[in-house]
Write a protein that binds this ligand. Structure first.
Ligand code: PLP
Length: 446
C-alpha cells in the first residue's frame, strides 16, 4: 500500500482528498476545493451539512448521557424517536427496533419475519425471496438477500440462494414486454417462485421500493407493489420494504412505498434516518407481528451493543424535526422534478445517456454505448467510475450504482443531493454534470 496512511480505503492504492468541513450542500477539502454534494455522500446527508439544531441536540444529549445499554434502560430520546417514526410510517408499522446500519436493519427485519412464523409453530417458513438487481446490505444475511452480482460473487458458497425473481426494470424489460400490456409479468413471477419453492418454506419477500445501489433509481411501474402485496397476502408471506435508501423523505414522500399506497409488514431504515450526523438505522414492524412475538417468546432474537443509544436517537429525532419544520419532503419532490427535467435535457444532448429516471431527489442516469440498441459499454471500460471521477474533478459528487451485470445493464450513477438544495444549486449541479459527461464522451470517442 502506498503512502503513510493506515486507513483501509475502498481502493488501497488510490489517493483520496482529506475533508475539512461541510456547509449546506457543499463539502470542502483541506486544500480548499469545494465539492457540490450531488449524492448526499451515500444518499445519506438528506438535510445537508452543519445544521445547527442537530449539532445543538447532539451537545445537549451528550451533556446528559451518550450511551446506555438497551437491556438496562430505555431513554427519552429513543422513546420520542420511535413515536415520531410511527407518526411517519404508513398503517400500523408502529414498533421500532433500533440498529446501526442498513445491513443490520434488513437482517433484523429478516429475523423478525422468520421468528414471527416460528412463534406460530410454522418453522419451515424461513426463506426470504428477493429480486435480482437489488442491494440489501453487505453482512452475510443481508448479502444473501441481495441480487447484486458484483458484491455477491466472492462469497457465493456462504450465501443462501435468496434472489428469485426478475427486477421491474422497464428500460430493459427482462420479459421483452412493455407496460401496461405486460400485465406486470415481473410481479406475477413472484407467484411462480412461490409455487416452485412452496409458501410453507417462505417467510417474506423483500424489495427496495426504488432500486438503488445496483441499478440507479430503477422505478417500478404503477400498481407493481399493489400486485406484489396481493400475492404475498394470498400466500401468507410477509412483505418487507427496504427503505434504507428511499426512506425518510428521499423520494418526495415519507417512504418510497407510499408512491404505491401499499402498507408493508416490515420496513428497514438507515442512511437518511440521522442524515449522516451519526450512525442510526431501524427495523420497523407492524402491530400484528409484535403482538404475535409478545404472546410467544416475548423477545426478538437480535440486537447490538449500540442499538437505541440515546446519543444517536437524539440526533435522529432532531433530523426528523428539522425535516418537518422546513417542509423538506415537499422540497424533495419539488427540486426532484427540476432535477429530473434537467437530466432529461442532458439526455437530449449526450448520446451516451440511455435513460434517466427516479422520484423526488433520488434520480438515476444509465450510460449506454448505443442509445438505439441500448448496447452497454463493456464493464472493463469502467465508464461509471470514469464519470464519477470526471464529475469529482469538476467539483461534483455523484454515486456509483452499477451492479456489474456485464451486457445486461448499463453503467449507472445516482444523483441525489440533500433536500435543502436550492434551484440555483440544482442548475450548478446540472452544469457540472453536462461538462463532465461531455468530457467523458470525448474520451470514449478516442
Ligand atoms: N439497503 C439498501 C436499499 C441500501 O441502499 C443499502 C446501502 O447502500 C443497504 C441496505 C445497506 O446499508 P449499510 O451500508 O448502511 O449497511
Amino acid at each position: 500500500m502506498k503512502g503513510k496512511s493506515h486507513v483501509i480505503k475502498p481502493l488501497l492504492d488510490k489517493e483520496y482528498p482529506t475533508v475539512s468541513h461541510g456547509r449546506g450542500v457543499y463539502l470542502y477539502d483541506i486544500e480548499g476545493k469545494a465539492y457540490l454534494d450531488g449524492c448526499s455522500g451515500a444518499v445519506t446527508t438528506n438535510i445537508g451539512h452543519g445544521v445547527q439544531s442537530v449539532i445543538d441536540a447532539m451537545n445537549e444529549q451528550a451533556k446528559k448521557v451518550s450511551f446506555t445499554y438497551r437491556s438496562q434502560f430505555t431513554s427519552e430520546a429513543a422513546e420520542a424517536l420511535a413515536t415520531k417514526l410511527a407518526s411517519w410510517t404508513p398503517g400500523d408499522l408502529d414498533y421500532v427496533f433500533f440498529v446501526n446500519s442498513g445491513s443490520e436493519a434488513t437482517e433484523t427485519a429478516m429475523k423478525i419475519a422468520i421468528q414471527y412464523w416460528q412463534e406460530q409453530g410454522r418453522i419451515s417458513k424461513n426463506k426470504i425471496l428477493s429480486r435480482w438487481m437489488s442491494y440489501h446490505g453487505i453482512t452475510l444475511g443481508a448479502l444473501s438477500m441481495s441480487g447484486h452480482i458484483l458484491r455477491r460473487k466472492r462469497f457465493i458458497p456462504l450465501l443462501e440462494e435468496f434472489p428469485s425473481i426478475e427486477p421491474p426494470y422497464c428500460y430493459r424489460c427482462p420479459f421483452n414486454s412493455t407496460y401496461p400490456s405486460c400485465d406486470l409479468l415481473c410481479a406475477n413471477q413472484l407467484e411462480q417462485a412461490i409455487h416452485r419453492i412452496g409458501a410453507d418454506n417462505i417467510a417474506a419477500f423483500i424489495a427496495e421500493p426504488i432500486i438503488g445501489a445496483s441499478a440507479g433509481a430503477v422505478t417500478p411501474p404503477p400498481y407493481y407493489y399493489q400486485r406484489i402485496k396481493e400475492i404475498c397476502e394470498r400466500h401468507d408471506i410477509l412483505f418487507i420494504a427496504d427503505e434504507v435508501m428511499t426512506g425518510n423523505g428521499r423520494t418526495g414522500k415519507p417512504f418510497g412505498i407510499d408512491h404505491w399506497d401499499v402498507v408493508p409488514d416490515l420496513m428497514a431504515l438507515g442512511k437518511g434516518m440521522a442524515a449522516g450526523y451519526t450512525p442510526m438505522a431501524a427495523a420497523i414492524a407492524s402491530k400484528r407481528i409484535i403482538d404475535v412475538i409478545a404472546a410467544g417468546s416475548q423477545s426478538i432474537m437480535s440486537g447490538h451493543t449500540f442499538s437505541a443509544n440515546p446519543q444517536s436517537a437524539a440526533v435522529s429525532l432532531a433530523v426528523m424535526q428539522y425535516i418537518e419544520d422546513n417542509q423538506l419532503i415537499a422540497k424533495s419532490e419539488e427540486r426532484g422534478l427540476q432535477l429530473l427535467s434537467g437530466l432529461q435535457t442532458l439526455m437530449q444532448k449526450h448520446d451516451i445517456i440511455g435513460d434517466v429516471r427516479g422520484k423526488g431527489l433520488l434520480c438515476g442516469i444509465e450510460f449506454v454505448k448505443n442509445r438505439t440498441t441500448k448496447e452497454t459499454f463493456p464493464l472493463g471500460l469502467g465508464v461509471t467510475e470514469r464519470a464519477i471521477e470526471k464529475a469529482k474533478n469538476n467539483g461534483l459528487l455523484i454515486y456509483n450504482a452499477s451492479g456489474g451485470i456485464d451486457g445486461q445493464a448499463g453503467d449507472s450513477v445516482i444523483v441525489a443531493p440533500p433536500f435543502v438544495i436550492s434551484e440555483e444549486e440544482i442548475n450548478e449541479l446540472l452544469f457540472i454534470l453536462d461538462q463532465s459527461i461531455g468530457e467523458l464522451t470525448l474520451e470514449l470517442e478516442k
